[in-house]
Design a protein around this ligand. Structure first.
Ligand code: 5GP
Length: 195
């Protein structure tokens, strides 16, 4: 098991509805040592590839984004949710269905923060059906920039996001891939990765 799989086994809590709660280190309290290790692991996996901007989505992607941005020494941009109705000219806007909140979110990035020459590494805490990642990709495309890769801390392998992004040709790196989790026994099955 890698460091993140180990942490999930020790501190993760499986909720009904295929939800993994990791508030203890990722979604409420942030464990800086784990965040640092996640950032180093992404840097290692994407080594040699061009990155001049990190893009994530509020809220939980920000911590990962900031530590990774520190390693690359590049700006970190986070897409914001909501508030797009009034003024849309100065923003790239996309839409994502929220797996956890079961509603549609408008997400946006102000135009000055993404440019056509940007080589963007997208990061997020979870990948489930891929809605958040696809909306971030959409925003990168609107800016005329390119996606260098997508780094995910925890991919839920039973949901379609991973397959969708890999089949679309994106370089997707997930540090822990959960192929199964059992609410009754609170046990996890991780996909083996030779990384
Ligand atoms: P997707 O857009 O890929 O369907 O879902 C990814 C987003 O939903 C992530 O940004 C994350 O916030 C949230 N999410 C999806 N599944 C889970 C889960 O099992 N646990 C937690 N904590 N968040 C999740």
């Amino acid at each position: 098991m890698n460091f993140l799989e180990q942490k999930i086994v020790e501190e993760g809590c499986i909720k009904q509805g295929n939800i993994l709660k990791v508030d203890n280190f990722l979604n409420h309290q942030i464990d800086i040592d784990i965040m640092r290790q996640i950032a180093y692991e992404f840097k290692r996996r994407f080594r040699g590839l061009p990155v001049n901007k990190i893009l994530t989505i509020e809220a939980s992607g920000i911590a990962i984004g900031v530590l990774l941005g520190h390693l690359y020494d590049v700006p970190v941009v986070f897409a914001k949710k909501g508030e797009t109705a009034n003024c849309t000219d100065d923003k790239y806007i996309s839409h994502a269905y929220s797996f956890t909140h079961k509603c549609m979110n408008d997400i946006f990035v102000s135009r000055p923060y993404l440019n056509a020459d940007d080589k963007v590494l997208i990061v997020d805490d979870f990948l489930a059906d891929g809605q958040a990642a696809l909306s971030l990709i959409d925003i990168v495309k609107q800016a005329g920039a390119s996606v260098t890769g997508i780094g995910i801390a925890i991919e839920k392998g039973q949901q379609k996001g991973g397959t969708l992004l890999r089949e679309a040709g994106y370089r997707l790196e997930s540090i822990a891939i959960l192929d199964d989790m059992d609410y009754e026994t609170q046990t996890f099955k991780f996909r083996s990765q030779n990384r």
